[in-house]
Write a protein that binds this ligand. Structure first.
Ligand SMILES: NC(=O)C1=CN([C@@H]2O[C@H](COP(=O)(O)OP(=O)(O)OC[C@H]3O[C@@H](n4cnc5c(N)ncnc54)[C@H](O)[C@@H]3O)[C@@H](O)[C@H]2O)C=CC1
Ligand SMILES: O=P(O)(O)OC[C@H]1O[C@](O)(CO)[C@@H](O)[C@@H]1O
Length: 378
């Protein structure tokens, strides 16, 4: 079985590539980082190390890589022949890879009548849907009609903490042992992809929202408040009671929103929160606050991990969140100079003020009580 995976980064190598290998796929990574691409083609394998006491190491084999910028024809050919396509490139890159995928699918449908599934593994609601919409922008109506029959675009939720890597061996990846990959079954074309480790569900919405508004909301709280207080790593930030109190409060608020919206069992949800918090303090992982805080414009978006649970909380309880407002305020203050979105955010604030900036990024209308609550925390 042949897999094409876009993005040979932390999640690409440390999570999706690993599971594809363990399920019997030969994987072609498509990326733009020439150093990584050359290393994959030269070594033809890499190690995944589990961040736990025994540092269990798994060797991932049967891999190759293509540079989509210098060799788009070869990448399109790989897409045409693939049995599964996955991505872990970041939400902002999905529109960029869509033209190449459309080109590959156009070649594919001329000769290959097998159904194919494309799964975006990104931290967002509706990642594959967004990718599909972008692919379809490059297709004619006739092509879209054919793709509708042959290509499945299931949305997915992926959960595994993979920090930035500082290993001597370039391709080696350190990952937390925990993982969860949930895929919506009804959108699949043909047989379900035989990937060990995927949980197929009928309705993804509760799963992705529970994950995004617990793991990622809590992690973002640690990162933004931790950065504000001068911490470099998540584990150090978590030791500060001002950070841990804010996380607990933010997860109580997002938890209330999730429980009331999706009728999750309260006790089960509290256990889920505890598991998540213990993952943030894994002593075998050193995760930088600037990695977890990366992309504040995206993270302050209407459907992302801060504003959406805050609005859901207001809809569910009629109250304005306090702790989520604190985290949104800390996110607005994120001014890390190496982060393009943080620089852009600070320019927006300097030019038009905090209130107008928050409204523009989050889509909250003027006079929204959440905006007032955030401004109080600044
Ligand atoms: N690192 C983590 O713990 C987790 C990350 N995610 C999600 O996974 C996605 C990837 O994140 P990471 O692996 O951490 O990022 P990363 O930065 O380590 O990897 C992204 C990869 O995409 C490549 N890329 C960039 N532009 C490209 C293009 N035009 N074509 C092909 N490849 C391109 C980069 O060169 C890089 O190798 C994001 O959506 C993230 O939110 C989800 C769960 C956990
Ligand atoms: O990958 P993003 O969306 O930029 O955000 C970082 C977040 O993703 C993760 O990498 C994994 O879910 C977390 O470590 C963190 O909450």
């Amino acid at each position: 079985m042949e897999a094409v995976h876009f993005g040979a980064g932390n999640i690409g190598r440390g999570f999706i590539g690993l599971l594809l290998y363990q399920s019997g796929y030969d994987t072609t990574f498509v990326d733009v980082n020439d150093e990584i691409i050359r290393a994959i083609n030269e070594k033809k394998q890499y190690s995944v190390v589990l961040a736990a006491e025994d540092k269990k190491t798994i060797t991932v084999k049967n891999i190759s890589a293509i540079n989509s910028v210098s060799n788009p024809e070869e990448a399109a050919r790989a897409i045409a022949e693939a049995d599964i396509i996955t991505t872990a490139v970041g939400p902002n890159v999905l529109p960029i890879i869509s033209k190449l995928i459309a080109q590959g699918l156009r070649e594919r449908v001329k000769t290959n009548k097998q159904p194919l599934n494309i799964i975006a593994c990104e931290n967002m609601v509706g990642g594959t849907k967004l990718l599909k919409e972008n692919i379809y922008q490059h297709c004619t109506s006739e092509e879209k009609a054919i793709l509708n029959e042959m290509i499945g675009f299931p949305n997915a939720a992926v959960d595994r903490i993979v920090p930035n890597q500082t290993n001597e061996e370039l391709l080696q990846v350190l990952v937390e042992p925990y993982y969860e990959w949930v895929v919506e079954a009804p959108a699949i074309k043909g047989e379900k992809p035989p990937i060990n480790g995927i949980t197929f569900v009928e309705d993804l919405t509760p799963y992705i929202e529970r994950k995004l508004f617990t793991v990622n909301t809590g992690h973002a709280a640690a990162a933004y408040v931790g950065y504000h207080l001068g911490y470099r790593t998540i584990i150090d930030a978590m030791k500060d009671v001002r950070v841990s109190d804010t996380i607990q409060g933010a997860l109580r608020e997002s938890g209330e929103a999730l429980i009331q919206t999706y009728q999750f069992d309260r006790e089960e949800h509290e256990k889920y929160i505890e598991t998540i918090l213990s993952r943030f303090t894994n002593p075998f992982i050193s995760d930088e606050v600037t990695r977890v805080a990366r992309g504040p414009l995206r993270k302050l978006g209407a459907r992302d991990r801060l504003v959406r649970p805050a609005v859901m909380y207001m809809e569910a309880t009629g109250k304005v969140p306090v702790y989520l407002a604190k985290v949104i305020a800390a996110a607005l203050a994120f001014n890390h100079e190496a982060d393009e979105e943080a620089v852009q955010l600070q320019e927006m604030i300097a030019n038009q003020g905090v209130e107008a900036t928050l409204q523009e990024i989050s889509g909250l209308e003027a006079g929204h009580p959440l905006v007032a609550s955030v401004l109080q925390e600044m």
